[in-house]
Write a new protein. Sequence first.
Length: 569
Amino acid sequence: MSYFQDSPEWQWLFSKAVNWDDILPHYISQYPTPEGLANEDEVKKNCLEILTVLDDWAEKKIAPRAPFLDQHGSGHIENGMTIPNEYLQELYREAAEIGLLGVVGSRDYGAMDLPIFINMMAFAFVSRGCLASSSQLNFFSATIDMLERFCSKEDCARLIPLIVAGKLSGSMTLTESDAGSDIGALTTRAVRTSDGSYRLSGNKIFITNAGGGLSFALARTEGAPSGIKGISLFLVEQTIKVNGVDTQNYRVLSQEKKLGMRGSFTCSVAFENSVASLIGKENEGLPLMFHLMNQSRIGVGTQAIGIMEACLQFVKGYAQERVQFGRPLMELPLFRHNFHSWETELNAFRAFFVDSLNTFSIYHRLDLKRRQTGDLNADESKKLKDALSTVKLRTPLIKYYGAELAVDLSKKSIQALGGYGLMEDYPVERWHRDSFGPLLYEGTSQIQSLMVTKDLVKGILKNPREFFASMIPSAGFSLSAEQRDYSNLRKRFFRGLTRMIVKETGWVNESKIDKLLVHSEEICEGLSYLETLKVLADHAAADDSRRLLFQDYQKLIQPRLAGILESWK
């Protein structure tokens, strides 16, 4: 069964939920020549074609190879370099052939320059086929984006064509043994040399795709402030020319043995006086790295969707054939009810994710233009500001909700199969093991919750009047029934939140803020449900066929929201 073409949900979202009118003009304007894309229909056609090709590839090539990657791993380390095994090498070769590695990125460097949401949607299909494969492949496009956004044109012209061809990729080297979530504790050092380059020394751990060839590394320069204020970002190439000879510039030390995602490289790295170039300015590296981290957090949404789709499709087929108590499992009332709830939440999260890609695509494009040219008109500047506000809210919600839901539904899929679910003969146990990767990397659920709560508190302190105004329901004359239902639920939630804040802190007393942070996960969970319900309400208002999904999801999350509010009393 095709992941994309045979899915009514994906087909509806692609044609009706993607905000083509807002997104495509930012791409068409880049190609006024006859050789470029002439109109919006052609761009949309290209997007559909690449998704169809990638969908077919994920189903017929990636998914059958996934068990072998899980069994045999990603490869080995030899003389400080990662050596992909035959399965990963085949993955890279195929990805380059069909163009996945160049979906995003300028045509000047051999890429397609399609909207970022196409890349994200494509990775949902890749993730459904194999989560480890999606993790490895993601660093090709992510590295292109970082180079274009923050590095020199010379570096882009030299490196991006190699990435598009599958010969080079990158990694994000942040984590150290004593600096995980507490990134401000990192100790890797960078010393500036007389020629303007830097030399990095330090060890990193848990680095995905560590041997890709390029590293975006965080380190401290001499005399840098402590904590996150003293962190700089560097581009480090694994192989450099020294007197005309290819020379290894940093070493991959070891590969981790993992519960899941065994087909991806997760390694420790040693920088030993490694030559590096500063990206941006000293002590201002963390916000630049956050661009890659936040894009990866949204990417977790694609991985979550892939896991959940794989699990529920398999369970559905199993339950239609497995007979218990004289009937197929799917005909048993409790099983049928439970499965419907699982599908409802998957469909709701998928809709929330795609809607969020609309805003992220606009932010992604306009931020790139701003950094490259500094030339945004008044309308573009406003669009960028508005998009950034929404992206900032939804990114941690996507990461939190998607990762938590994928673990939960993959666990329930094992339970649906009973004892068979625990056996390696069935793939659900692998999907469940793999689901813990997205739950942990790019910041745990607790880190996402803290981010959401701190941003919420900052917003309240900055403009309390606007916060209180947001709790007043709209007049409702122009709203659909679903939008009014959403508005009323949101009002109830924020009233309860306000009472809890006053109770715990005396109205956002900063000296007592730790008491509020105890409730961060509840706040993040509640906002995830509300933002998702908002999207479903808007979809239902535009298309009657989407009303049932709104109603089913509302029934699902109302008791959860009520439980959160009750706990705050």
